[in-house]
Design a protein around this ligand. Structure first.
Ligand SMILES: [Zn+2]
Ligand SMILES: [Zn+2]
Length: 171
């Protein structure tokens, strides 16, 4: 979805999100019957305040053992959208501050809502979902699911094909 800046007035317009096709598949599956909304309202001739909310369930697989996991995904966000040219202060590091509003500088006079939603999905999704903090994962020697099975491996598994999996999972 894209919103033309010309159409935004000083009156808040709220758009319900009608799908989750924008959700990046590498983060998992975002499941929601009513995924949320975004609203836009003009602050001045060059600035628009954008707010939004996402509500659903994120489905993925455990980063250690691979079982299906779900987590609530609820997120509110706000952006100041500016059609001004981005001002980059000279010889000064751009400071990142949590309480500062996200500012989005537009290249074109329209707001790409999907792009904002994708950014929020990345910001709010866990780097790795786990079925439990204590998940024991998969045995690097025999591939057993250590949460539900025990195995008698004790040797050095560095030659096993599962060792690679273990190294990936430990990242
Ligand atoms: Zn697990
Ligand atoms: Zn084993």
């Amino acid at each position: 979805m894209k919103i033309c800046l010309d159409k935004i007035t000083g009156k808040t317009i709220r758009y319900p999100l009608d799908g989750v096709a924008w959700f990046p598949p590498e983060l998992g599956l975002f499941v929601a019957s009513e995924p949320g909304w975004i609203s836009v309202c003009r602050s001045d001739s060059e600035t628009v305040l954008l707010k939004g909310e996402l509500n659903g369930v994120l489905q993925s697989s455990c980063g250690r053992c691979g079982v299906h996991v779900e987590d609530d995904f609820n997120n509110r966000f706000e952006y100041v959208v500016s059609s001004r040219k981005e001002e980059i202060p000279e010889e000064q590091e751009v400071e990142c501050s949590d309480d500062a509003l996200n500012t989005l500088y537009l290249q074109e006079p329209e707001i790409d809502i999907d792009e904002i939603l994708r950014e929020q999905a990345y910001l709010e999704s866990p780097v790795r979902m786990l079925c439990s903090e204590n998940c024991k994962g998969v045995c690097q020697g025999c591939g057993a699911q250590l949460n539900s099975e025990s195995c008698s491996c004790s040797a050095d598994y560095s030659d096993s094909p599962f060792a690679i999996l273990g190294k990936i999972n430990k990242k």
